[in-house]
Design a protein around this ligand. Structure first.
Ligand SMILES: Cc1cc2nc3c(=O)[nH]c(=O)nc-3n(C[C@H](O)[C@H](O)[C@H](O)COP(=O)(O)OP(=O)(O)OC[C@H]3O[C@@H](n4cnc5c(N)ncnc54)[C@H](O)[C@@H]3O)c2cc1C
Length: 445
């Protein structure tokens, strides 16, 4: 379906952004979607080469996209004067279109985790850190990884992180093991943004004991132990790595923002990034619905005398999927708009709502699309199984659903005293009105 800006946000989208959206849609439909399978085919099947090279078609896509000005669209001018300068709402709409294709985001240098990492460097990095790492990242010359999660720590509570950091003279020395470091297997990955626990930090505040350090890939003592798989997919050449740090030494100058400021940095990193993931997921849901409609209308696949689309259940799935996609889009755009109007901190509730609702709903749509394809849906002949695997992880990554639900539930439940007080006042007033109008009877409350 051609991309349409929802009526309710029409007046929030500039002419420049509309123009860019048209170009993105054309590029994604005519260049990226046809390239998706070529990209897959170009990933080496040889285990010794699988993590040493990347599909050459990606460099061609990047050159073409950049020549059309489709580059670094995510970066706001607030954090970097040379950012593309779109609002979160505008970039959210763009991310939806990018999400239709596996190669869409990377072709325009807009893929995770680099986008979040570039935002960290733009927002919190000093001039030297920006020169060394942000500039080549913005140029698409290198890639990066964000290392927070640890195998032996329940990492949805970031206070549990154990990676040990101590100071020796002008150096920082790191020891520990990270896992699920997305992108760390990629041969282009040149820098790790690592969350550590500082030994020398004496703060009693549990939110001030972590620090973020930049570690160049290949620093002595760093070992990428193995790629982890997601339902059997290794996501090469990107990968999700387990990485060991043994007496890894980097200069103190590699500390971002300052010691004990790690929480501040990760919180600043995740807000807009969650919105991007959600909007890309909606793009994926649109694509899944297209696949479902195409498959159930295939004239060669009739059952019990009817096209599959003529069975009532299947029609309901199509309608339910459309309702779900359009509802999710509004929830995410509402969060993006609130970030634009207030800031990410002021939009925590709206971001959490989107982060909980979208991956769940899109998983459900993908499940229906897979079911409508029969056995074809679970195999490599259609992209649905791989899309499902990716989407399912979003219910865990960047904070599991339950953590967001617990926080939202706590805040919502915090209204209890005010609600009870309001009910008591209304009950008093009702009793008074019964007395004035001489009505007999008990309260039904
Ligand atoms: C594909 C993928 C990519 C990832 N990429 C990265 C990356 O690049 N960098 C990185 O650092 N990490 C990454 N992660 C890791 C991810 O961020 C963590 O898995 C996540 O934070 C959860 O931590 P955990 O796995 O240790 O789960 P745990 O903390 O052990 O939690 C397990 C489960 O406990 C439940 N739970 C936790 N808290 C509560 C609560 N308050 N109330 C109710 N239930 C609760 C939830 O169901 C949760 O899923 C990635 C993960 C995946 C799957």
């Amino acid at each position: 379906m051609p991309f349409e800006i929802p009526a309710i946000v029409q007046d929030r989208v500039s002419a420049r952004a509309r123009e860019t959206m048209k170009k993105i849609e054309h590029f994604v439909e005519t260049e990226c979607i046809p390239a998706d399978e070529v990209y897959e085919a170009q990933i080496s099947k040889d285990p010794s080469l699988r993590w040493k090279s990347y599909p050459p078609i990606m460099d061609d896509l990047k050159k073409k996209a950049r020549a059309q000005g489709l580059w670094n669209l995510f970066l706001s001018k607030t954090h970097y004067s040379e950012g593309a300068g779109y609002t979160n709402l505008e970039y959210g709409l763009m991310a939806e279109i990018l999400g239709r294709s596996h190669t869409g985001s990377e072709s325009m240098n807009c893929s995770a985790p680099d986008t979040g990492n570039m935002e960290v460097l733009a927002k919190y990095g000093n001039a030297a850190q920006k020169k060394q790492w942000l500039e080549p990242l913005l140029d698409g010359k290198i890639r990066s990884a964000f290392l927070m999660t640890e195998r032996f720590a329940a990492s949805s509570d970031a206070k549990n992180i154990n990676m040990h950091m101590r100071t020796e003279g002008n150096d920082l020395v790191l020891n520990g093991t990270k896992w699920w470091s997305s992108g760390a297997c990629d041969p282009r990955c040149a820098v790790y943004i690592v969350m550590c626990k500082s030994e020398m930090n004496t703060s009693n505040d549990p939110f001030k004991q972590q620090s973020v350090v930049l570690v160049p890939a290949g620093t002595p003592g760093v070992t990428v132990l193995r790629p982890l798989s997601v339902f059997g997919y290794d996501d090469a050449p990107h990968g999700h790595a387990e990485v060991r740090f043994e007496n890894v030494r980097v200069p103190r100058a590699n500390l971002v923002l300052g010691e004990g400021r790690g929480f501040e940095i990760i919180q600043g990193r995740l807000g807009p990034g969650r919105i991007h993931h959600c909007m890309r997921s909606i793009g994926a849901a649109e694509r899944a619905l297209d696949y479902m409609i195409a498959r159930v209308n295939d004239p060669n696949r009739r059952t019990f005398g009817k096209l599959i689309s003529e069975h009532g259940t299947i029609r309901s799935w199509i309608a339910e999927s459309r309702i779900a996609i359009d509802s999710c889009r509004l929830v995410v755009l509402n969060a993006a708009d609130k970030i634009d109007r207030v800031d990410a901190k002021g939009a925590l509730k709206e971001i959490a709502m989107a982060k909980i609702m979208v991956p769940r709903t899109v998983c459900d749509i993908l499940d229906k699309a897979i079911q409508a394809h029969g056995a074809g849906g679970v195999c490599q002949d259609f992209p649905l199984a791989r899309m499902y695997a990716g989407l399912r992880t979003l219910r865990i990554a960047d904070g599991p659903d339950e953590v967001h639900l617990a926080q939202m539930g706590r805040n919502e439940n915090g209204r209890a005293a005010a609600i009870i007080k309001k009910h008591e006042e209304q009950e008093k007033k009702r009793t008074e009105l019964f007395r004035v109008y001489k009505i007999d009877g008990k309260s039904h409350l």
